[in-house]
Structure formats: structure tokens, C-alpha cells
Design a protein around this ligand. Sequence first.
Ligand SMILES: Cc1cc2nc3c(=O)[nH]c(=O)nc-3n(C[C@H](O)[C@H](O)[C@H](O)COP(=O)(O)OP(=O)(O)OC[C@H]3O[C@@H](n4cnc5c(N)ncnc54)[C@H](O)[C@@H]3O)c2cc1C
Length: 418
Amino acid sequence: MNATSFYDTIIIGGGPGGSTAGAFLGKAGQRVLLLEREMFPRFHIGESLLPFGNDVLKDSGAWAKIDGAGFQRKYGAEFVVANGSRWQRFWFARGLVAGYGETFQVERAKFDHVLLDHAASCGCEVRQGCAAKVITRDGDEWCVRLEQGEVRGRWLIDASGRDSFLGRTLGFAKKPMNLTKRIAVYAHFKGVYRNPGDAEGHITIVRLEDGWFWLIPLAEGKMSVGMVRTLEDLKRSGGTAEEWFAKTVASSSELTRRMNGAKQIGQFYKTSDYSYHHEQMAIDRAIMVGDAAGFIDPIFSSGVHIATKSGQIAAGLIQQAEARKRGLTVAEQRRYSRDVYRYMEVYREMISMYYDNRSFEVLMHPEGRFGIVPAVTSILAGNFHPSFKMWWRVKLFRLVCAIHRRVPIVPRLDYSEA
Ligand SMILES: Cc1cc2nc3c(=O)[nH]c(=O)nc-3n(C[C@H](O)[C@H](O)[C@H](O)COP(=O)(O)OP(=O)(O)OC[C@H]3O[C@@H](n4cnc5c(N)ncnc54)[C@H](O)[C@@H]3O)c2cc1C
């Protein structure tokens, strides 16, 4: 082994989770190697950020670079029924917790590149176009085999995204999140309708009776448009995913209006069956962050926030254990797995409600009293540490949804096209 091939920490994956962990560890003076199999910039889905995720970027020192990169500003989210009969707009600034009024919609090719360069500027050695091939353990050391050669380190962070490199190596099964299997079909377009004023950067969710579309306005007039429906629906449609996408757009007056004259730029992508988590997300000398630990349906845009937050926590745990010259204790491993799962669970509950047509009717006719709307807005803004004053309001919202499923409280939504 030569002197340059040994690191304190090796990070597999240079997405937001890996770059964030790398930035924190690099700043702390660790010798860190970050391996990324692609050459950046590269396309990635996951473009709508949440205001509560800004804090991690500020703590890591990346915020000024993101703020200055020319991304589209985002002040909220809106939900529209596919026939345009009802819409509801939420402004983050009206959430229950002050100070989280805005964030960005980002083209991930650029966003991930900024974060990766930031990790390098914090002292991380970044190798792009360099995939981890095999990992083995040798006492307290990890050995990572590369295309050419191998590297060694005391700590391993798996930030390989939905590939879950470490989980697969250790034989940890991915557990389902108890959500229906869905598929997303998406592409970038130009010439799609943009809201006027400060709502230009809102993510628009167009709700079908049995699925939904996202429209995420990006800088330079681009719009990310994606359709999410069940795998069963795709099989029934009998055509290709692109044909199915076009047919669904044509069947919705709201989407037809917004997409009239739109030009696709780049290719179509699809991702299916994507909600899962690992029960154990850390062992004594390795931690899974972001999608490598678990992934939940993207309706509430929680992925990047959970990836960066888990990257920050993982870096903190490693520094703490290093200072004591030991690995993670079983209690630390359990606490980490429990905390990350809890973040996902906050969203899983909201996601189940969103996919239930009766509960969605309540969201589209929000109760003005008891501060329910500000509480729901704070969840939409990415607050997955609900305080008591928020927690009981969200519970009340869920109770109203449960009652509405039995006894109509708000008007039914009509999805029919004239
Ligand atoms: C359809 C869809 C829509 C989404 N929309 C949103 C959204 O609007 N907002 C949001 O916040 N999130 C969204 N997400 C989720 C978001 O994409 C992810 O949660 C986020 O990218 C996770 O970041 P990460 O760093 O964990 O993983 P990733 O961003 O996936 O990064 C992992 C990196 O690891 C690299 N890698 C993998 N294997 C290896 C290897 N063996 N060696 C070296 N490198 C490797 C990959 O090349 C990749 O660059 C969406 C997801 C889907 C599927």
C-alpha cells in the first residue's frame, strides 16, 4: 500500500448526500476520498428543493455558491385538478415556522456539480469517472476496489443513491415503504406556461384522479415535467411510456393549456418502483446516506433534503467517534437509522394522504381555522422536526381527512373533462 491510498473516510457517490458529507468532513480536517462514477455535469432527477433544506447548505458553506448560481427561486407549491376546476396555492412564508420562505428549483446537473466542487474546495479529494467496484473489510479498514487499483479507509459512507452499494454488499434487503408501486416518466421542455409574478417558481402539481404530474420551472425558460402513475396503469395503456405521457397530457385540459406549444429538450427518462428503506442504515464503520439509506415517493420533494441532512449527521457521527478512537456504538447506529427513518415517515404519512382522493379533497379546501394551513405549509416546506404546536395541527388535519372519508365535510372534486 502506498502512502496516498489510505484515507480517513471514503465516500461512494457524489450526489447531494455524498458531497455534503464530504464538505463537512473535509472542513473538519479529515483526509477524505469521494468516488463518483460519472463525469459531472450529468443529468439527475430531483430538482425541487425545500426551504428547510437550506440550513444544511448554509452549515456546509455551500449556500453562497448555490445562491449565486442563477437557479430559479421557489416560494411555494400549488396543486391543480387536471381539468382546471380547482387549484390551491401554498406560500412557504405563510408556514407556521418563520424564516423558511424560499428556496430554489435546480437543474441537478449544475446543482450537483456546484456541491461536488464545494466538497473539493473543503479539502475532499474528488475522483470523477471512478466507480467503486467491490468493497471488502479487513479488520477496522475498508478496501474499495476500483477499475484500476484499490484504496483503503477507516470509514465508509455509502452515498451511491438508489444503487445502495453497501446495502447490496452486506446483503441488507430493501424494505418497502407500504406505498403502491409507481412509475415516473419525465423530460425537460421549453415553452411551457409559467405562472406570473412570485409564483413563477412554484412547483405545480397537476392532480389526475389516478396519478399526478409535476411541473418544475427551471432557469433559462426550461420546465421539468414528469408524470407519476401506477405500474398497472402503464401495462394497461399498451403503448410506450412516451405515448402514454402524451396521451395523458392530451386528456387533461389544464396540462394541454400549460404544455401547448412546448418543445421537448433532451430525452425521456423513467424510474419505477422507488419507495424503500433499509432497517439498518449504519454499522460500526460505515453509514448509508440519502437514497442509499432509503427513498420515498417524490411528491413532496423531500429527497435532496433528506440526503443532505443525513450526510451532515453521518459526518458528525464519524467525527465524534474518531475523536474517541472507536467505531459507532450499537446505540449510535440505531439512533441514526431511527432518525433518518423518522424523517421519511413524516412524509410517508403525508404521501398516503395525498394519494387518497378524499384526503386530497381536504387539502384542496384547506380549513382556515386552528392554524392547520400554516402547519401543512411547514411540512410542505420540509419541516420534518415538527414541534408540538405543529404536530397537533397536522394530527387535526389528518383527523379531518379521516372524518371526510366517512362523512363529506368539503365538496367532492370533479375530475371529468367537459
Ligand atoms: C421521479 C423522481 C422525482 C424526484 N423529485 C425530487 C424533487 O423534486 N426534489 C427532491 O428533493 N428529490 C426528488 N427526488 C429524489 C432525489 O432524486 C434523490 O432523493 C436525491 O438525488 C438523493 O441524493 P443522493 O446523494 O442520496 O443520491 P444521488 O443523487 O442519486 O447520487 C448518487 C451518486 O452516486 C453515484 N454512484 C452510484 N454508484 C456508484 C459507485 N459504485 N461508485 C461511484 N459512484 C457511484 C451516482 O453516479 C450518483 O451521482 C426525485 C426522485 C425521483 C425518482
